[in-house]
Design a protein around this ligand. Sequence first.
Ligand code: NOJ
Length: 584
Amino acid sequence: MSQTEELPAIPQPAAPARFEEATHASSGGTQWWRRSVIYQIYPRSFRDTTGNGIGDLRGITTELHQIASLGVDAIWLSPFFASPQKDAGYDVSDYRAVDPLFGTLGDFDELIAEANRLEVKILVDIVPNHCSDQHALFREALASPAGSAAREMFIFRDGLGDGGQLPPNNWQSHFGGSAWTRIHEPDGTEGQYYLHLFDSSQPDFNWDNPAVGDEFASVLRFWLDRGAGGFRVDVAHALVKASGLPDWHGRADGADTPGYPFADAPMFGQPAVHEVFRRWRAICEEYPGERVLCAEANVHPIEAMADWVRPDEMHQSFNFPFLHTDWDAAALKAIITRSLKAFDAVGAPSTWVLSNHDVPRHATRLGAPSPALRPGDGLGPGDAQPDPVLGLARARAATLFMLGLPGGAYLYQGEELGLGDHTELPHEYRQDPTYARTDGERLGRDGCRVPLPWNDSTRSLGFSDADTGWLPQPEGWESLTRQAQESDPDSTLNLYRKALELRGSHHLGLGNLNWLEDTIGGQLLGFGNSGVLVLLNLGSTPVDVPAGEVLLASSATALGAAPAGTGSLVLNPDAALWLRPPTA
Ligand code: NOJ
């Protein structure tokens, strides 16, 4: 049975749905980014056209029509700039060049031309907190004396203790180990330390130095001039550090720990960071076509994140608290309500996201045994494995629920195919620096970055002519290729297509949200938005479906018949539904 056409309209009334007062009343305007669906392409795993096992820009241009036809507004491209690839391109050695692995600037221009033809925007991932140790500016800093203008582009400090044997403070790298690395001075003696919040190959810029701001203003213009629709801004909350670089005993990623609230972290959320983005917003507004900025500002609570999207700052910020919320009706309702209120207060849309290249995919997360996985740590061959059937059912339901929410939504390549992580990736393939920097204690993020399956034409499932891509695909992906899902009306691919089409035609992205009063003992989450009732069953038993016309269900088995004689339907556990209630 297909998800829309053959589902019966519900014959008769259960009681009409009753709603709470509006949690969110849309009033912020109708610009595209207030209701956008943005699809993340991770270039190295999208499509390889050169046979080297790594995806490239031409692969994106070739297949872009397939993504555009899903009904997305824009593509966010993870970094494709010149880079030694120590952190999969988030270690940039030249912000104005395309890495030969991915192609040329000419290939980027062709991609923009194709995107313009298909009417999707291309957002570039800008990495302003740090560059690569191979960047010309950092090499110049290493070759220059302490205190020189070249060193002032980065955060160099003398060490502490006898002979400077100790790092300047106790900060830890996100990827494990100290956030400081000691250099050899040009004369060969042991010298200063430089700060790197991530890998030692990723030196942090000194944003107190106006020359750094000027350099990035020029980089933004370089890509805007070439037709970029805007930017996703990497680690946007970390650019400015507290003066004096005081010690920090909380977690490296800033997650709240007793006695060490995120708000006190000296490397995150410093007030001066907002001036940077005000300048960037003004630059975007010099260009036609509503160019946008989206913050990767992993700050909490959500009310603090809203500071990044005040009217003269960024347009959007990723809603990580939503992504990290457990499969629990009360918890989801609470974070959605808080998010809408926080972003409403500054006139910005909330965003919603379930997967990206840094966390286990939601089809894996939602089927994984408790306790929940930590972000940045995938599952490995030695771990209890997720239940793929449960994971996929919940992932489809979670997506359908998310796409009913007002605001902007982000999708990560492959989630429209229902892909989970490679949870049994042999360790010898791991490339995430987290794995090496923690001596294998943390597995890192490779499991969610596996090359996409397109069709059955090659051993790497159409990703490449090479037998395998840069990471091998897990068993079982033959049945999940895009080609295999095209003609199956119940496939995950077709669920995404229909959901995006209905989301657009019902204007859900710009709508208001009213929570359904009845949660059936806390297992049902429902809301009304623009005349559509969105329901998600997070419990373990079926729930009665209110009267209305079924628009879309999360799977062919989402709905069942209610007990004989009532003529109604039930929504099964781990399923979601869009319904149009009867008009009074
Ligand atoms: C966030 C990016 O999403 C992640 O992949 C990267 O490792 C860090 N920032 C450092 O750039």
